[in-house]
Design a protein around this ligand. Structure first.
Ligand code: DGT
Ligand code: CA
Ligand code: CA
Ligand code: ZN
Length: 578
């Protein structure tokens, strides 16, 4: 998808402009805003341009005439003059270097200027020689931080967050389908299972003309290079920085192939054992009996059916006991996106979001949600423009006013209350009591040891003022490790104090993750699946949170925002007459 390529270039232009003499703050902000907007859009800008021209591009939030021109330049020429011109002056791999905590554009430039560091490989060399600690503005502590961050980046190498990977696959499928050569198509592999990160993408299509499909693939707009091309499988490297396997099978094998290539491997091995026990043979072409007669293959469900198994959502296929349940026909009905009635973690421009309360509410209504809870930051989060009690008073009054005029969606009053270092909460009791419900989270002092961190969070939960604990482990995928937290104690406290745990669906977070959700099932805890939106289109990211919940085997009954507005008001004991 073009979005991520262009976003990358915009980010780099912003990085480089920060290094230029003169005041480019306004431009830097504009480029970064546009990059964020592109990165979190699920529709390809190439398509948007093709369909609606420059006008349509300018409807994307954060994209004005100038930036639309740059996007068009890139669509037409594959280049961006501004980017090339700056890049000559700064031949630095900003994209990867600035992913490392402790390195921003300015520090990356210093590392280049004084130590000739252009990329992560160079960085590793100077780290090994302890050259960074002596640089002005760095020091020993910062060298250590950079060293840790580099190790984390290395260990996550190659795995892309699902929120970036899935739209790539969807856009490839769209282009393939537009060719008219394709009968059926699907994403497979870890992206279909909605794992939080994806090693490579797997796409499956059926066609009567597999040769033509294979020839078409290198011409798709997303492809950077072809790694391997065979008669029915092509492996390509995408511009977005991930590999993709595209396989063509005969239409009558589509179900069997889909089952096989969805995986995971351990799930497949178990399923194949079921087949063997029955005297059958199962492979990517179909299910066959002893005499080689085809029993199933066209539909995935019929493969499971003929094995005497109940089909389950791809998210469950991780060999965590689902095969055994499926044989007994006891697969639970997992929560679905359509069960979600509202979003309880939403930011606006009253703290660090981009849109107004009204814009967020209207977008939520457009998506069919019954309610959204506005959870702007509290004062300790000053970098995110957190509000103090006085500002909250005005903010809440505004929500009341909007709520009385807007139809079709309810705006709930809340806050993302900082849990301070000592476990106290960053708002007065009076303000907290004026809220419809309270979401709390840890944002600072993330390096505490497990004992202190666990006590800090449990103290907050026991205050009686926390309804939802947001992004409980505070990890950022590929960037920041989870905080040290005794999860069992935390789950227990959540259960005892009636605190719902959040599944933050924002694709960088996905927190709690599937493994932790799966563990939490042993406790009687409730969950809230939220998007942590910072702009209107982020409200569409709910699907990632729901899939995490499915991967943790959650059912609708344990998700508080599957409640309709009336029941939710009861759950939160909100005094409302509407
Ligand atoms: P990834 O790419 O690391 O995020 O994870 P997957 O699950 O997408 O793995 P991948 O791309 O290597 O293979 C796609 C699917 O193909 C995998 O989930 C199951 C199936 N598969 C691959 N290799 C084998 C194998 O050796 N045996 C069996 N039974 N299935 C396999
Ligand atoms: Ca894969
Ligand atoms: Ca693969
Ligand atoms: Zn938030």
């Amino acid at each position: 998808m073009l979005n991520s390529e262009i976003a990358k270039m915009f980010e780099e232009i912003a990085d480089m402009l920060e290094l230029e003499d003169g005041d480019y703050r306004f431009e830097v902000r504009a480029y970064r805003k546009a990059a964020l907007s592109l990165n979190t859009m699920q529709e390809d800008v190439g398509y948007i341009y093709k369909k609606g021209g420059a006008e349509a591009l300018m409807e994307i939030s954060g994209i004005g005439k100038g930036l639309a021109g740059k996007i068009i330049e890139y669509i037409n020429t594959g280049k961006m003059a501004k980017h090339e011109q700056l890049k000559k002056k700064y031949p630095i791999d900003f994209e990867n270097l600035t992913r490392i905590p402790g390195i921003g554009a300015k520090k990356a430039f210093k590392l280049y200027k004084y130590l000739k560091v252009k990329d992560v490989r160079d960085l590793k060399e100077v780290l090994a020689k302890h050259k960074i600690r002596d640089l002005e503005g760095f020091g020993e502590k910062s060298e250590e931080e950079i060293s840790k961050g580099t190790a984390l980046l290395e260990s996550s190498k190659g795995r892309m967050p699902i929120g970036n990977a899935l739209p790539e696959a969807e856009s490839i499928i769209k282009e393939l389908e537009a060719s008219g050569l394709i009968k059926r198509s699907s994403i497979a592999g870890s992206a279909r299972r909605m794992r939080d990160t994806v090693g490579d993408l797997d796409i499956l299509v059926t066609s009567d003309q597999p040769g033509k499909v294979m020839k078409l693939i290198p011409k798709l707009s997303q492809i950077k290079s072809v790694a391997l091309m065979g008669p029915t499988k092509t492996t390509v490297r995408l511009k977005a920085g991930i590999s993709c396997d595209v396989r063509v099978v005969r239409d009558e094998s589509f179900g069997a192939a889909l089952q096989y290539f969805t995986g995971n491997k351990d799930h497949n091995i178990k399923v194949r054992q079921v087949a063997i026990k029955k005297g059958y043979k199962l492979n990517e072409y179909g299910l066959f009996d002893k005499k080689g007669r085809n029993l199933a293959g066209s539909e995935e469900k019929s493969v499971y059916d003929k094995l005497g198994m109940e089909i389950m959502d791809p998210e469950m296929r991780e060999n965590r006991g689902e095969v055994e349940l499926s044989i007994k026909h006891k697969i639970p009905r997992l929560v679905q996106l359509s069960d979600i009635k509202g979003d309880l973690h939403v930011h606006t421009n009253h703290s660090d979001g981009s849109n107004t309360i009204l814009e967020m509410a209207e977008y939520a209504r457009k998506l069919g949600l019954e309610y959204i809870g506005i959870t702007d930051h509290t004062k300790s989060e000053y970098v995110a423009h957190g509000m103090d009690d006085a500002k909250f008073a005005k903010h809440l009054a505004e929500i009341d006013k909007l709520n009385s005029s807007i139809e079709g969606v309810t705006i709930l009053k809340s806050a993302e209350i900082d849990i301070l270092k000592d476990g106290s909460l960053d708002l007065s009791r009076k303000t907290m009591e004026a809220l419809d419900y309270r979401l709390a989270s840890v944002h600072t002092n993330l390096n505490m040891n497990m004992h202190d961190m666990t006590n800090r969070i449990i103290k907050a939960m026991e205050s009686g003022y926390v309804d939802i604990l947001a992004h409980p482990t505070d990890r950022i995928i590929n960037t920041r490790n989870p905080i040290q937290l005794d999860l069992d104690k935390m789950f227990d406290a959540a259960d005892k104090n009636g605190v719902a745990l959040e599944i933050d669906g924002y694709p960088d977070r996905l927190d709690l993750n599937d493994e932790n959700i799966f563990k939490a099932r042993n406790y009687n805890v409730q969950f809230a699946i939220d998007t942590d939106s910072h702009r209107d289109t982020h409200l569409e990211l709910m699907r990632y949170g729901v899939s995490m919940a499915k991967r943790g085997w959650l059912q609708k009954k344990s998700i508080i925002n599957s409640l309709g507005i009336k029941d939710l008001i009861k759950r939160f004991k909100i005094n409302k007459t509407q």
